[in-house]
Design a protein around this ligand. Structure first.
Ligand code: SF4
Ligand code: SF4
Length: 77
């Protein structure tokens, strides 16, 4: 008997130009995917553990700058 296997890929994009480094998204992520970087007085969020992202969307919902974009795709193997 044959079965179709599928898996989900998640792509998390944080747009530097929009991010103000407020850190709100970091507090919402239970998987510690996002961290803050700082250089020259500027702060911005970046995905330090992208493989841990479940695609729950909590970070995206709380971002006041609409700087986080999530893409989910189902791949059939
Ligand atoms: S989508 Fe969920 S798991 Fe992924 S970075 Fe955002 S809060 Fe964390
Ligand atoms: S909530 Fe948005 S603006 Fe704030 S640090 Fe996260 S990505 Fe940047």
């Amino acid at each position: 008997m044959f079965g179709i296997k599928s898996r989900k890929t998640i792509s998390l994009l944080i747009i530097d130009a929009k991010c103000t480094g407020c850190g709100t998204c970091i507090g919402k992520c239970r998987r510690n995917v996002i961290s803050l970087a700082e250089e020259g007085g500027y702060k911005w969020a970046w995905a330090v553990r992208p493989d841990e992202c479940t695609g729950c969307g909590k970070c995206q919902k709380v971002c006041p700058e609409d700087a986080i974009h999530l893409m989910k795709k189902k791949i059939i193997d």
